[in-house]
Design a protein around this ligand. Structure first.
Ligand SMILES: O=C(O)c1ccccc1NCC(=O)[C@H](O)[C@H](O)COP(=O)(O)O
Length: 253
């Protein structure tokens, strides 16, 4: 988290806030992620471009993230997540820009966002959604970043990992809320966490189960617990993305 903010501060030396703000406002409008991810009679998938991670190390080189994203679109994904953090995840804003230009789906900037500069930077690079991690932000900062995201026409995916964090997401009025099965400090995975928290979601929020999907039965597990959407990374970058997505979508109502 600290590294992501330091990296953004370094970028801000070359591209000041006023410039990134101007570029954000000049972007084509954000795609409607809430419409794409709305609850339906089938599960939906956010497919992630993920080269590496702190818990798993290197996963895939992904020399052409635009191609990877096109395969996700072909396989039936409803949105694309792009990890833009460089140190541990080996991602970049250039990946996000390439993906946004290659597909017609909404694109999420998945990173450790903690400043308005990073939110503006996301929009300036074409992001339609940004990730806001409740555990990483005090409520005042979370509310400020949430408001800026909405002002820019984007959607915030508000990520939680506990009942208290779900309450904080609800206090914001968040419409897209995720429960990450991965504890971001210990990297432990708990596929049952989503189901144990599902009753805490506000009635009008889209329910997303994040992480730890490796097989169609993992998707079915989240779906039967009440997920509208699942977010998948590793399984799609280590296997055939189109076949994997189709299997996940076909075998789950
Ligand atoms: O993936 C990690 O190791 C990780 C560690 C610390 C913070 C975030 C991390 N991952 C970000 C994600 O939330 C996942 O990339 C995403 O939910 C997909 O997870 P998976 O399908 O298990 O690859």
């Amino acid at each position: 988290m600290a590294g992501a903010v330091e990296d953004a501060e370094r970028r801000a030396e070359a591209r000041p806030l006023a410039t990134v703000e101007r570029d954000a406002l000049a972007q084509t409008p954000a795609r409607d992620a809430l419409a794409m991810l709305a609850p339906a009679d089938r599960v939906k998938i956010i497919a992630e471009v993920k080269r590496a991670s702190p818990s798993r190390g290197d996963l895939a080189t992904i020399p052409d993230p635009a191609r990877q994203a096109r395969l996700y679109e072909e396989g039936g994904a409803s949105a694309i997540s792009v990890l833009t953090e460089g140190r541990k995840f080996k991602g970049s804003l250039a990946d996000l820009e390439a993906v946004r230009a290659a597909v017609s789906l909404p694109v999420l900037r998945k990173d450790f966002l903690a400043t308005p500069y990073q939110v503006l930077e996301a929009r300036a690079s074409g992001a339609d959604l940004v990730l806001l991690i409740v555990a990483a932000l005090d409520q005042k900062t979370l509310a400020e970043l949430y408001a800026l995201t909405t002002e820019l026409g984007m959607t915030a995916l508000v990520e939680t990992h506990s009942a208290d964090e779900l309450d904080r997401a609800a206090d914001l009025g968040a419409k897209l809320i995720g429960v990450n099965a991965r504890n971001l400090s210990t990297f432990e995975l708990d596929r049952d966490l989503f189901g144990s928290l599902v009753e805490k979601f506000p009635a009008d929020a889209i329910k997303i189960a994040e992480s730890a999907v490796l097989t169609p039965s993992d998707v079915a597990h989240y779906r039967s617990a009440g997920a509208d959407v699942v977010l998948v990374g590793e399984a799609l970058v280590t296997g055939d993305p189109v076949a994997t997505l189709r299997a996940f979508l076909q075998e789950t109502p």
